[in-house]
Write a protein that binds this ligand. Structure first.
Ligand code: SAM
Ligand code: SF4
Length: 355
């Protein structure tokens, strides 16, 4: 469906956990509070939301987190999401640490394309940024995914004084492998606001100086706002996601859902629409849902079976879900306000929003 500014919203990013096996300093520094397990949407609930979203015109889903692959059973969720009528594409954003391990199961469940976050090619610096010596594991995952024929994009956030000198090493990986390397400008959200990023305009100028034959590539590489360039002789492309210095709000096509079922129309604002309540009614911890799934009798004196209650609730709740989603889409703000720090109302960490 379209929002009030006429933008078609056909893409939803779904966070399935706020937990992570890394501690990237700009995303999830030590000490971030984790939401209780009972507040996470179950896979069945995620499927219900995505089914309602598909009925409103969402066609592409991205599974993210936290680190999505730390959630038990994550590969099976891909299969469930791909079966939803109207959904054309389900992709994954991961830090890559567990990707090699789960790749066969993910591919069995239909995964064809993956974004892997990697901010440096230097193992020591990797550990400084992420808190874990997992660089070699990530590189193995990338190679395994490329060899398996997946479309692979590497996402890199450059931070001034941390890894900004490493852009060429990142780029050279796309020189030798058939992957796109994309530079994402850091947004002043959560811990990200304590770092200074690198403007993609500045970076593009540096890359052009070094590779004067760089040309813009207008072919479609994915679902998002990245602009792409090719360098003669390079196996992969170079992409730029420039939320700060190349504001793309005019053609933003996305909404986000947090792991606890909050729909966020824009990263910049704290405003969200709570779907967990619509999914669980007066039972916010999902006890009733669990009982329904187990087909247990609930309610007064066993007169309602789990089955009949679930049918009754399903149609009411589905309509409510759809109208809440439609409201979140319609009310999507016209543009972010990252350039005016005092106007930003989002105070959560990126890891709990779902990047
Ligand atoms: N754990 C997965 C991963 O790292 O790909 C998925 C979640 S992570 C939040 C998704 C992406 O958000 C990562 O590429 C990360 O670098 C990026 N990210 C985190 N905080 C950010 C910020 N403040 N600005 C821009 N990107 C950010
Ligand atoms: Fe974890 Fe991804 Fe955030 Fe790093 S960027 S802390 S890997 S969620």
């Amino acid at each position: 469906m379209k929002d009030q500014y006429g933008r078609i919203i056909d893409y939803m990013r779904i966070s399935i956990t706020d937990k992570c096996n890394l501690r990237c300093r700009y995303c999830m520094p030590e000490g971030v509070e984790i939401i209780p397990m009972s507040h996470l949407l179950t896979f069945e609930e995620i499927v219900k939301v995505c089914t309602a979203a598909a009925e409103l015109g969402v066609r592409k889903l991205k599974v993210t987190g936290g680190e999505p692959l730390v959630r038990r059973g994550a590969p099976a969720l891909f299969g469930m999401l791909r079966e939803i009528h109207g959904i054309e594409d389900v992709t994954l954003t991961t830090n890559g640490v567990l990707l090699k391990k789960y790749l066969p199961a993910l591919m069995d469940n239909g995964l064809r394309s993956v974004n892997i976050s990697l901010d440096t090619m230097d193992r020591t610096l990797y550990e400084k940024i992420t808190g874990q010596d997992a660089f070699l594991q990530v590189m193995e995952s990338i190679e395994t995914a490329v060899d398996a024929g997946l479309q692979v994009k590497i996402n890199t956030v450059l931070l001034e004084g941390v890894n900004d000198n490493g852009w060429e090493q990142m780029l050279l990986y796309a020189g030798e492998h058939s992957v796109d390397v994309r530079f994402i400008e850091i947004m002043p959200i959560g811990a990200g606001s304590t770092f200074t990023g690198v403007s993609n305009q500045t970076l593009l100028a540096r890359i052009r100086e070094r590779y004067p034959d760089l040309t813009e590539d207008l072919s479609v590489h994915g679902n998002g706002p990245a602009s792409y360039y090719s360098i003669p002789g390079f196996a992969g492309g170079v992409g730029f996601i420039s939320a700060m210095h190349g504001k793309f709000c005019d053609h933003c096509n996305r909404i986000r859902m947090s792991a606890q079922g909050e729909i966020k129309p824009c990263l910049c604002y704290g405003t969200s629409v709570d779907l967990r309540q619509a999914l669980r009614g007066s039972d916010p911890d999902g006890e009733e849902n669990r009982m329904i799934r187990e087909n247990k009798t609930i309610g007064n004196a066993g007169r309602l079976t789990g089955k009949s209650l679930s049918i009754e609730n399903n149609s009411d709740r589905k309509n409510e879900l759809k109208s809440l989603l439609a409201r979140a889409i319609w009310d999507k703000p016209q543009a972010h306000c990252f350039e005016r720090r005092d106007a930003i109302t989002e105070d959560k960490k990126m890891v709990s929003i779902g990047g």
